[in-house]
Design a protein around this ligand. Structure first.
Ligand code: 0PR
Length: 389
């Protein structure tokens, strides 16, 4: 016979979960992830406000207002002009899909382009492959320069009256490279083409580089050709997982995908997201991060990641069988070794509990704020042992 609800012993369930998930809760040996554990306060907020659904904002007007305030802070970081619009999303993939969807619809509406082509660098994240498939777009993947940036000359050769949009990457998944968004912006403006910038990872890093005395590429709305920007909140910022955002220069763009949902409690609701139901707790936690933790908190996180990246790169350079694939420009490291295949190396390190990933033909590390000097020292020791065997 099934148990009645009152018979269910929560403590037993929680104990079982604790046992089963013990190893999944910790990032203490995760060297491959752009995610990092959220703050304690975010976890509390997550539990406290689990029932809020921003898909029906009329029921939760205060949370809707907090979403606007959080977006306003992100728009300020991105130097968006008056009249910007945007939304909190489920992460970079949704934001990129929204950017591509908007590029397609805006190009159709303003220029009559049908069955058009999206131009994007070979470094673009897999979410663009999904977007191209879902939106039935054609695509041209533009090769990269020796600095892993989109090759502008090759892009210009492909640009024509069937182009629905250009994608630039500010912080590429595999290398951290930032495309020349200034040049892309000029090309986009000159040709009246939609430009979407994927700053899912770099968007919360580049704005703080000057503060830590490093060179910072310009990738944001200061560049007038930039139409929309993806920026994730669950990456270096440490918001609840998952969480992201997209900001548009103006409603001229976002209104081409807006859908009115008249049966909701606020019948004027217009959605500019893929998802309908959206978690309010994630937005509230983000609002707290932006309002109470803010700039100094982000500078600390970025600084810590960069100091640790330099430290890790230095240690790796000290191992004779290892070569760095590129000089790290942000907190992403790629390396190859002369002893083992990337697959074998990653598998052997996994035996010691370490998680690394393989990108293209190099072993990849993402140095997030959950790293520490002790963690890196331990890792380097295990790596040296594995390579010695
Ligand atoms: N754009 C860029 C530049 C990205 O690197 C990513 C994902 C996305 C968009 C898509 O973002 P969402 O995953 O939020 O939809 N970057 C991470 C990566 O591929 C995703 C990830 C995160 C993978 C944590 C593994 C992991 O443990 O590395």
């Amino acid at each position: 016979m099934e148990k009645s609800v009152s018979d269910i012993d929560q403590n037993t369930i929680l104990k079982e979960l604790k046992k089963r998930l013990a190893f999944e809760k910790s990032y203490s040996k995760v060297l491959s992830s752009m995610c990092t554990p959220p703050l304690e306060i975010s976890r509390k907020i997550s539990a406290e406000y689990a029932e809020i659904n921003l898909g029906d904002p009329g029921l939760f007007p205060e949370t809707k207002q907090m979403e606007l305030e959080a977006l306003n802070s992100i728009a300020e970081i991105l130097q968006a002009p008056m009249g910007w619009t945007g939304s909190i999303t489920s992460g970079g993939s949704e934001s990129n899909l929204l950017g591509c969807w908007t590029a397609r619809n805006w190009s159709k509406k303003t220029k009559g382009i049908k069955n058009g082509t999206l131009l994007l660098p070979e470094s673009a994240h897999a979410s663009f492959e999904k977007s191209i498939d879902i939106l039935n777009l054609k695509s041209k993947w533009i090769p990269l320069t020796s600095e892993n940036k989109l090759n502008l000359e090759l892009l210009k050769e492909e640009l024509n009256e069937t182009t629905v949009g250009i994608v630039g990457i500010a912080g590429a998944t595999g290398t951290g490279a930032c495309d020349d968004i200034k040049a892309l912006s000029e090309i986009a403006q000159d040709s009246n083409t939609y430009l979407h910038v994927d700053a899912a990872h770099g968007g919360m890093i580049f704005p703080y580089l000057k503060d830590i005395g490093r060179e910072a590429p310009v990738f944001d709305f200061q560049l007038e050709g930039v139409c929309s920007i993806t920026i994730d909140t669950h990456k270096i910022m440490g918001g609840l997982i998952p969480g992201g955002s997209i900001i548009y220069r103006s409603s001229e763009f976002s209104k081409t995908i807006a859908k009115g949902i008249t049966y909701l409690s606020d019948s004027t609701t217009k959605q500019i997201t893929i998802t309908g139901t959206r978690p309010g707790n994630s937005v509230i936690a983000l609002w707290v991060l932006l309002k109470y933790y803010g700039k100094e908190f982000m500078i600390d996180r970025v600084k810590k990641s960069f100091v640790l990246t330099d430290y890790t790169a230095e240690k790796l350079r000290g191992i004779s069988s290892i070569s760095l694939t590129f000089d790290p420009t942000i907190n992403i490291i790629g390396f190859t070794n002369t002893k083992l295949s990337n697959e074998n190396l990653v598998a052997k390190l996994k035996e010691f509990g370490w998680d690394l990933s393989i990108y293209s033909n190099w072993t990849r590390m993402v140095i997030m704020p959950h790293f520490s000097i002790e963690m890196i020292d331990k890792f380097i020791k295990d790596l040296e042992n594995v390579l010695k065997e």
